[in-house]
Design a binder for this molecule. Structure first.
Ligand SMILES: [Zn+2]
Length: 154
């Protein structure tokens, strides 16, 4: 995994595994806030998930508000499976897979939680049109499973 500080956020890329020093990233927090751009995270393995949960726990202890931006599909799946991975983070946008049956293709679309909040609160995928044929696309996963991480922590 590589990490670059850019425009007031940290941009992470690659694989999150046992070599990822995620807790160290918290030293970049300013005024108790830290934003992570996860759009280029392609994979996270089990030691990576443990490192991720440690980061969430330390952030909670230090009262650092974590904002997750452009959360990639592999991370969305982890947030859904492992509630501790969600921790105290706020997700502001995330990628979601849509399918066009006409073109027989999959499109990964960035969903902004503020823009699509109404649909997402009802576990309803926002309507999207295919960039190629302009027909409406269908959601590629059961939405109630894919959007689990958006529900308020219990
Ligand atoms: Zn299409």
């Amino acid at each position: 995994m590589t990490c670059v500080s850019q425009d007031g956020q940290l941009v992470l890329r690659g694989t999150i595994d046992e070599t990822a020093k995620l807790v160290d990233l918290l030293s970049y927090a300013r005024d108790g806030r830290l934003a992570l751009d996860l759009g280029a995270i392609s994979f996270i393995n089990s030691p990576g998930v443990r490192a991720w949960i440690s980061m969430q726990q330390v952030a909670a202890k230090q009262r650092i508000a974590l904002e997750l931006r452009r959360v990639s599909e592999p991370i969305v799946h982890q947030l859904n499976i492992v509630p501790a991975a969600r921790g105290v983070s706020l997700v502001s946008s995330f990628f979601a897979p849509y399918e066009c049956e006409e073109c027989d293709c999959e499109q990964v679309i960035l969903l902004d939680v503020r823009v699509h909040g109404g649909d997402l609160a009802r576990m309803r995928p926002p309507a999207m049109t295919c960039p190629d044929c302009k027909r409406s696309m269908s959601f590629a996963h059961p939405p109630e499973l894919y959007f689990t991480f958006l529900a308020a922590p219990s």
